[in-house]
Design a protein around this ligand. Structure first.
Ligand SMILES: Nc1ncnc2c1ncn2[C@@H]1O[C@H](COP(=O)(O)OP(=O)(O)OP(=O)(O)O)[C@@H](O)[C@H]1O
Ligand SMILES: [Mg+2]
Length: 296
């Protein structure tokens, strides 16, 4: 009997690994196809000489000629430039995807390592906000102007020094803010941070709301913790995915892999914290919150 159970467990494991490979390979295909399509155009129409093998001198003449022709035709030049930007974007997407897949795969096999250090959480949140704004500026510079986003963060207490993996916490906050931006149609986003003792009532009022996910055993010890909330005024979390929100590959976005929240949950829990989400009561949007022990 034990053998049958063990066999079934292995079968499930193999199946879930296959699913992981299938889905991630599928995700990688889209940007790769875009990049290779763009280069195909360069090869076939814009600068074919780049891909031709001939003597060095001859080749460089041919390349000069191709570029001369290209520069004379503004429309084609525009298309060419557009293709380059698209290649850059897709390469970035690919890089991001590979990182996300690597982290998810480490989580799956219990290989996620934390490198903890002391840092000011407020400063790190400011860094994420700066990074998000830089990325928005960059993409509006590249043609499509996403609405500029108002991210409100006014820490009431500073510094809030925590002992945690700075890079991973950056990733979590960055993912939550990016989600808020994606699903909030340009409306402002508010971030708040506060300290609490993890056996205080602080969490209880949160518990009374209709939560999507919250661990109820917050603990009896008087540990000092910090609670970070990211509130948006967007369309709220789709009811259909609410119960599975933090599972991998759960997504309602065309571009998304559905790994962001899965990774966030695992990073926060590896720190001994909790993460949950709720649709706002009596107003639009959602609030994602997580707690972290301060661990001085
Ligand atoms: N602030 C939010 N408001 C509404 N829905 C949200 C919000 N944040 C997340 N969601 C829902 O949860 C889903 C999963 O989010 P998650 O970050 O895990 O994946 P994703 O953003 O779709 O893709 P990626 O892997 O690129 O992050 C989203 O597709 C969306 O449907
Ligand atoms: Mg996301």
């Amino acid at each position: 009997k034990e053998l049958i159970v063990a066999n079934e467990q292995i079968r499930q494991l193999v199946l879930s690994q296959k699913e992981f490979i299938d889905i991630t390979a599928h995700e990688l295909r889209t940007p790769i196809q875009a990049i290779s399509g763009n280069f195909e155009l360069i090869k076939m129409t814009y600068v074919p000489s780049l891909f031709q093998v001939s003597s060095n001198r001859q080749n460089s003449n041919n390349i000069d000629k191709d570029f001369e022709i290209l520069f004379k035709d503004k429309n084609r030049l525009n298309d060419f430039a557009f293709g380059l930007v698209s290649t850059y974007r897709n390469a970035q997407r690919l890089e991001k995807l590979v990182n996300v897949i690597l982290v998810a795969s480490r989580i799956e096999s219990n290989r996620l390592e934390l490198h903890k250090e002391s840092f000011n959480l407020n400063e790190e949140i400011q860094n994420v906000i700066k990074d998000v704004h830089n990325k928005i500026d960059l993409s509006s510079h590249h043609g499509d102007s996403p609405p500029s986003i108002d991210i409100v963060f006014e820490p009431k207490e500073d510094p809030i020094t925590i002992f945690a993996d700075k890079i991973r916490i950056f990733e979590v906050i960055s993912n939550l803010i990016n989600n808020a931006i994606t699903f909030s149609n340009g409306e402002s986003i508010t971030i708040s941070v506060k300290k609490f003792q993890n056996n205080e009532n602080e969490m209880n009022h949160v518990k009374d709301d209709d939560l999507v996910y919250v661990e109820r055993d917050i603990g009896k010890k008087k540990d000092e913790c910090v609670l970070i909330s990211i509130k948006d005024k967007g369309k709220g979390i789709d009811k259909e995915i609410l119960p599975r929100l933090f599972n991998k590959f759960v997504t309602k976005s065309d571009q998304g892999t559905g790994l962001g929240l899965f990774i966030a949950k695992n990073i926060i829990e590896a720190h001994g914290g909790r993460i949950w989400a709720q649709n706002n009561k009596n107003e639009k949007g959602a609030t994602f919150s997580f707690s972290l022990p301060i661990n001085k």
